[in-house]
Design a protein around this ligand. Structure first.
Ligand code: NAG
Ligand code: NAG
Ligand code: NAG
Ligand code: NAG
Ligand code: NAG
Ligand code: NAG
Ligand code: NAG
Ligand code: NAG
Ligand code: NAG
Ligand code: NAG
Ligand code: NAG
Length: 869
């Protein structure tokens, strides 16, 4: 299977070279149909920029470090040791000569995966609903502290790819929101939080990995071999939508970015020179390192020249014992195919990220092992060697449970309330319903990587998980509340025990029904869902459950735990449904957080980070569940452009059930007094000039004798090392195609000064994009009777025929006492008002009239003003 995949890729690469000249960004657009998209070549791979804002000190330290390294040591830094070769999900080699501990990369975006004594934080798509920068940052910082305490160097998160093009995408919940600005602000704060804790953030998955089906080449029962799907996108959509939050992550200093499994415009992303060299390291000025997703590397030299800096987990296929790098990288340097400066740059980028976040002071030895929870076991799990203490069971949770509870409650969205909420705790008879209310039969960690939907849902499934230290269920928390008030509470957690459900519903003065919808990563199939959801309806007969309860109880409250939008049209407007809450995937404090909201200790202030519609087709093109265009080249044309989620609903004038940005409170707010002040800013100037030449930090010998196996090293089975097994290069490569003439792309090895990119100039892009052009203020008043939080939202209409009706550009979560007002203040930057211009390859402010809107959701925007530019 893998060999086949490589063959296809080789053909793909060759074709790209022969058909398309090495023109730089042919205005980025795609000739012909989107489903014949191509990705133009861009070489050489940019080397670090010593003058990049914020990176100078880290760069200097990194360069000094890398100057000391031998070729083998540099290769060690870039190449993973193989799957289950060491304690973490990913590990590179060490540099024993300098006492440099190997780097450890560990999942996940919501905590520490495969470890005990760690916290389970709310998922990305849930914290997004808090619309709270402080919560984004704190969650990042606390996760970072836990990773640090376990001896982890790189946290594999946060996620802004998938962005959430289609709500059925299996891993959307790991990321934040299909809105690029909400995602961009959330990712930037999360990166800062993680890195302030002294751990490198790895923002992922770059890019356009919007579905699980066919994300990698593979063999399927129904289809046979299918190559990786190609997400085909035009240049404008790339910039205005999918790349946007990555730019924010780069600007926030993310030390690492993970390239994704899929192809984009028919080129595997981890060897896509346009996306890695031109867009990420060129235009966005990314100074950290690009790490491959696990087995997303499909070539040696091609990926090296296309900008990959670290391969994970290092082997060509899990535990093959071979690598596209390792010995092959050593070979490609000594045989002259790859210039040494490219390897120097990869090593410098890795070390710069290390110094940038202060790992030289924060690093401790790894004290846990991903592959076993036992105290004693094998250090090298796959090879079963190195028996000893592998888990020190270090408790890294501190008091994070407190903020997890606060964050989960702040992320809960009140969708409907006829006045029944908040509950008083003195209700005569409370009934709780649903499989989603209680604990799964095998406990909260009963299914590996949460790969089932048993009991209350508090995270999705796959590698984006952590083990729960405990999971407070809604039933437990509500029962505590009721019993401490001397009330009555009974429950049925079997969704199909209809007669018992109806009998109990009839007795209840209030019924709380918990329902859910799950999804996850494609390597696990749950209830027929191969990662991606098959539909947007509730799971486990949730709709029937709601019908059965609300048919007999006129005070039915529905709580939804879900990975994203679910269809609620069958019940949301029933008079007997007195309240609806969306609680997302709240993490370990789930029950406590929902009880805080239900009983009014927390006044809900969350807002939907997505749209809830009435049918899946409203969201745009479906996911691809069967290979299109043949198994060897499945294509996915992103023909809807920037119109996903609310932008699609607005464009087609479809009224959603609950719109993006919507969320109620137990109090009410009013908006008034919009003021727009123009701020003087200079003209936008494209970045010009040349980079420096590639620095050369070594002069490695080309004599294979220098790179042979050290006689005193014991070979760990299937471990990836940098050494050669033979002085015969072809033999050492173990590659029958070794030395076969390849025409590598023009300019790929050129280390001379290169033109700077007009839209670039600093991490994140041209710094003038962040010039403030307007400052907006508005008054938000709490005209109800309870203290509460309101997320004031600012949208822009860019005014062109191809622009969204409105697009979110800023927001702030304000806490306001009853009878009081607060001032919402937001800047509008040049970036906020710009469109991507494919012809000039830069951002431009068009002549169309621009309007600013301020209000409480994407469809309730009472204040507007024209911007006089
Ligand atoms: C680039 O733009 C020019 C003019 O705007 C157009 O004629 C040409 O077809 C474009 N090239 C590609 C590859 O889209
Ligand atoms: C490379 O890393 C491995 C694993 O940590 C280590 O055993 C080996 O000594 C390292 N090689 C060099 C040249 O540093
Ligand atoms: C070198 O890479 C090729 C694939 O390009 C692979 O088949 C071979 O096994 C690798 N060699 C080693 C020593 O890992
Ligand atoms: C628990 O999960 C397994 C695997 O998804 C499923 O087969 C089983 O029906 C579930 N049990 C309950 C009670 O939901
Ligand atoms: C949607 O998928 C869920 C989970 O597999 C399933 O329980 C439900 O029955 C499906 N809904 C429909 C309408 O098929
Ligand atoms: C609402 O609940 C009452 C019982 O309180 C029931 O008689 C009625 O049929 C229910 N209405 C609906 C629309 O389910
Ligand atoms: C539900 O029905 C009961 C009895 O008919 C009535 O007293 C109560 O006000 C109703 N509750 C709601 C929330 O409509
Ligand atoms: C508060 O303001 C909102 C929005 O203007 C309005 O709809 C609502 O009626 C007001 N509430 C009170 C109690 O005045
Ligand atoms: C192996 O031998 C080399 C060269 O003699 C020496 O520098 C290194 O420390 C030795 N390594 C081990 C693990 O003994
Ligand atoms: C290198 O040699 C060792 C010992 O002979 C062997 O076990 C291993 O498979 C070889 N590795 C590669 C990558 O060829
Ligand atoms: C150089 O080494 C690489 C990695 O093993 C190999 O793919 C390539 O064919 C070699 N090139 C030459 C010219 O020998």
């Amino acid at each position: 299977m893998l060999w086949l995949a490589q063959a296809f890729l080789a053909i793909g690469l060759a074709r790209a070279q022969s058909t398309y000249p090495n023109t730089i960004h042919p205005n980025g657009t795609i000739p012909g149909e989107l489903n014949e998209a191509y990705s133009p070549p861009y070489y050489p791979s940019p080397w670090m920029d010593s003058s990049a804002t914020g990176w100078a000190e880290a760069y200097e330290k990194a360069q000094a470090f890398v100057r000391q390294l031998t070729l083998l040591e540099k290769v060690n830094l870039t190449t993973g040791v193989g799957w289950e070769g060491e304690a973490c999900v990913g590990n590179v080699g060490s540099i024993p000569r300098l006492g440099f501990q190997a780097l450890c990369m560990q999942d996940s975006p919501l905590g520490v995966r495969f470890a005990d004594y760690v916290s389970a934080f709310p998922a990305g798509g849930t914290i997004a609903a808090s619309w709270d920068r402080g919560e984004f940052y704190r969650r990042g910082y606390e996760m970072g502290m836990e990773q640090r305490g376990k001896g982890i160097d790189v946290q594999l998160g946060p996620v802004v790819g998938p962005l959430g093009r289609n709500p059925k995408g299996g891993r959307n919940w790991e990321g934040f929101s299909p809105d690029p600005v909400l995602s961009g602000i959330a990712v930037a704060e999360t990166v800062k939080g993680i890195q302030d804790a002294g751990v490198i953030a790895c923002t992922k998955h770059y890019i356009l990995n919007e579905q699980e089906h066919f994300r990698s080449p593979g063999t399927f029962e129904d289809f046979g071999f299918v190559d990786a799907i190609s997400s085909n996108v035009d240049d404008k959509t790339l910039h205005e939508l999918y790349l946007w939050p990555f730019a924010d992550a780069v600007r926030a200093g993310t030390g690492s970015i993970m390239c994704s499994y899929n192809k984009a415009n028919n080129s595997q992303v981890c060897q896509n020179s346009y996306l890695q060299n031109y867009i990420l390291k060129g235009e966005l000025g990314f100074q950290g390192f690009i790490m491959s997703d696990w087995d997303a590397q499909h070539s040696g030299v091609a990926s090296t020249l296309a900008g990959l800096d670290m391969t994970m987990p290092g082997d060509t296929d899990f535990d093959s014992g071979y690598s596209f790098w390792g010995p092959n990288l050593t070979l490609s340097i000594i045989n002259g195919t790859v210039p040494e400066w490219r390897l120097d740059d990869a090593a410098t980028r890795i070390m710069a990220a290390y110094y940038f976040v202060g790992r030289d002071e924060a690093q401790i030895p790894t004290n846990f092992n991903s592959w076993s929870k036992d105290t004693y076991g094998y250090q090298h799990a796959f090879a079963k060697v190195g028996y000893g203490v592998i888990n020190q069971h270090v408790d890294v949770r501190a008091d994070h449970y407190q903020s997890i509870r606060v964050a989960a409650a702040k992320s809960t969205v009140l969708l409907k309330n006829s006045g029944v909420l908040p509950l008083k705790g003195t209700e005569k008879f409370t009934a709780v319903f649903g499989n989603d209310a209680g604990e799964g039969e095998h406990g909260p960690n009963g299914c590996a990587d949460r790969g089932c939907d048993n009991g209350t849902l508090a995270m999705g499934w796959g590698s984006g998980t952590a083990d729960f230290p405990y999971l407070i269920t809604p039933l437990e928390a509500v029962k505590n509340e009721v019993s401490s008030n001397g009330g009555m509470l009974q429950s049925v957690t079997d969704n199909y025990a209809w007669s018992q459900i109806i009998a109990l519903a009839k007795q209840a003065s209030v019924a709380v029904v918990f329902v859910n919808a799950d999804s996850g990563e494609g390597y696990i199939t749950v209830d027929g869902n191969m990662g991606d959801r098959n539909n947007l309806t509730l799971w486990q007969g949730g709709e029937e459950l709601v019908r059965n309860v609300s048919g007999y109880c006129n005070n039915t409250i529905v709580v939804i735990h879900s990975v994203g939008p679910v269809l609620v049209d069958s019940f949301y407007d029933s008079d007997n449904i007195t309240a609806i809450l969306w609680a997302g995937l709240p993490g370990q404090e789930s029950g406590n957080a929902i009880a805080d909201v239900l009983y009014g200790r927390v006044n809900p202030g969350g807002k939907l980070p997505f749209t809830i519609g009435t049918e899946v087709s409203e969201y745009g093109p479906d996911l691809i569940y069967e290979p299109t265009n043949g198994n060897n080249s499945p294509q996915d044309a992103f023909e809807e452009g920037v119109f996903i989620d609310y932008r699609a609903f607005d464009q087609k004038n479809i009224t959603p059930v609950y719109e993006f940005g919507f969320g109620l409170s137990y109090t009410t707010f009013s908006y008034s007094d919009l003021k727009v002040v123009k701020v003087p800013a200079g003209n936008y100037t494209p970045t010009t000039g040349l980079t420096t030449a590639a620095p050369s930090l070594g002069n490695a010998s080309t004599d294979p004798a220098n790179y042979q196996w050290p006689s005193n090293l014991t070979y760990v089975d299937k471990y990836i090392y940098p050494y050669l097994n033979s002085t015969d290069l072809k033999e050492a490569s173990n590659d029958r195609d070794y030395g076969v003439e390849h025409e590598y792309p023009e300019g790929a090895t050129d280390g001379s000064p290169q033109p700077r990119i007009a839209a670039g100039g600093a991490p994140g892009g041209n710094p003038q994009l962040w010039d403030v052009l307007f400052t907006v203020t508005a008054t938000v008043s709490n005209n109800g009777t309870l203290p509460g939080d309101e997320v004031a939202q600012l949208y822009i209409s860019l005014g062109g025929p191809d622009d969204p009706v409105v697009a979110l550009r800023n927001f702030d979560r304000l806490s306001i006492q009853p009878g009081q007002s607060a001032t919402f203040t937001a800047d509008i930057t040049r970036r906020d008002l710009s469109n991507w211009d494919t012809a000039s390859q830069n951002w431009v402010i068009t002549d169309y009239s621009k309007t600013v809107h301020v209000g409480t959701s994407s469809r309730k925007l009472p204040l507007s003003a024209t911007l006089e530019i």
